[in-house]
Design a protein around this ligand. Structure first.
Ligand code: NIG
Ligand code: FE
Length: 415
């Protein structure tokens, strides 16, 4: 446990954090990552008041309590795609898949997402909240101070609500900022299958009916749908997504994981915040995303687990689509809670540069979620990570060990 939990209720004061290298991820300057070395950050309560060269801030703030860190400081990491509200295990299915069984075939037989649905339906709200809390605190310890959490393992109104309510229940002190997404169209629950016939259109209509209540109760900020050859079609998902837009909810979509079924074009026409996965995407799809200002959320752990080729990163770059990197934390295709592991794979499997990875888990991830995070700048929330590292390139390797020294969450740190 490296991150600090406040035990007193005393108001937070001012602290001048001085470090050998501060990566601000403030892209407004000439340097792509906004590096200041040596640098300093003036924290005032839950916000950042000033960022700049150490010498200048030390001279200006002689009376302020000082905290020195001989290493790297970055913004708190932002994980823009997780399915963290799950319970149970699919370890047996994982072993079967690693021995050659196929993900889509397992799902067609009632495994996969529906297996997690059974576990979520069987769990109480409390059990779900406890599991989610433990998981997001582990993520916090790996440097994640903001994350998106999807529902999508309930697949009925009451169970989807149970997931979204768990997100709300655990939000607060000592917990990363959580952005809730109603993943209404993730898979078909067994009750929506009659014999060999799947009634996706009818299920999508029912899920559309749940939107008003969820929006009224403020339980979701985004909606999501899984658009793919073995999931929902563009035609089935469109009315659900359009109603969500009318209610003021944003759109994020699972697109092109196994096949390009036109999800990118649909996303662009709806002004979606993000499309995620993208192992299969046409050039015109990439252009449509760029024109709409939709971000591409890359999920390299999922494609690694499934043994897939990477998305066409060069085409996304050439089109000018903002690149985000996320964990996809889930019990099936991305069996990890670690955004740093996804960062390592984004470089190793997808060929992203250090700058692309760092911005993809900070400023660009935050922009895709529409949250004020991922940047060290005056007025931003004081969410930071102090790493036992000298340079941001060291974030991408070695794999599998955490070099987090301290996490500062909303100004609450080791001071
Ligand atoms: O992002 N592709 C669909 N959804 C998840 C998988 C969820 C699961 O297998 O439980 C994904 O990969
Ligand atoms: Fe996902």
């Amino acid at each position: 446990m490296w991150s600090y939990r406040r035990s007193s209720t005393e108001p937070l004061g001012k602290t001048l954090l001085v470090a050998s290298r501060v990566v601000t991820c403030d892209t407004r300057g000439l340097d792509p990552l906004g590096v200041v070395a040596p640098g300093a950050v003036l924290l005032d309560g839950e916000r950042i008041a000033e960022v700049g060269p150490a010498e200048a801030l030390l001279a200006r703030h002689r009376d302020v309590a000082r905290f020195e860190h001989a290493g790297l400081v970055t913004p708190g990491l932002v994980d823009a795609h997780t399915h963290a509200a799950w319970v149970g295990t699919r370890a047996e299915e994982y072993a079967m898949r690693m021995a050659g069984a196929d993900y889509e075939a397992i799902a067609a037989k009632g495994g996969g997402i529906v297996a997690s649905m059974r576990a979520v339906r069987a769990a109480s709200g409390d059990e779900l909240a406890k599991a989610l809390h433990a998981r997001v605190v582990r993520m916090l310890d790996m440097g994640v101070t903001t994350l998106e959490v999807k529902s999508g393992y309930g697949l009925s109104e009451v169970d989807e609500r149970k997931q979204l309510e768990a997100i709300r229940t655990i939000s607060g002190d000592g917990v990363p900022t959580l952005v809730p997404t109603f993943l209404g169209l993730h898979a078909l629950p067994p009750e929506a299958r009659t014999g060999a016939r799947d009634d996706r259109a009818h299920y999508a209509e029912r899920a559309t009916g749940w939107l008003d209540g969820l929006a009224r109760d403020g339980l979701a900020r985004y909606v999501d749908a899984y658009l793919d050859r073995a999931a929902f079609s563009v035609g089935e998902a469109r009315p659900f997504l359009e109603r969500a837009r009318e209610l003021g909810l944003g759109v994020r979509l699972h697109v092109g994981q196994f096949a390009d079924v036109g999800g990118a074009e649909l996303a662009a026409s709806l002004g979606a915040a993000s499309v995620d996965h993208l192992e299969h995407l046409s050039r015109s799809g990439a252009d449509a995303l760029a024109a709409a200002g939709t971000s591409a959320v890359l999920l390299p752990v999922a494609s690694y687990t499934l043994g897939q080729a990477s998305p066409d990163v060069a085409a996304l770059r050439a089109a000018g689509v903002p690149l985000v990197v996320a964990s996809d934390a889930n019990p099936g295709t991305a069996p990890t809670e670690s955004l740093p592991l996804a960062m390592a794979f984004a470089a190793r499997s997808y060929g992203l540069t250090v700058d692309e990875v760092v911005l993809g888990v900070t400023a660009r991830a935050a922009a895709s979620l529409g949250v004020d995070a991922g940047r060290l700048a005056p007025g931003s929330p004081a969410d930071l990570v102090l790493w036992d590292l000298g340079h941001e390139a060291e974030l991408l390797q070695p794999w599998g060990t955490s070099k987090v020294r301290h996490v500062v969450l909303r100004g609450d740190g080791p001071f």
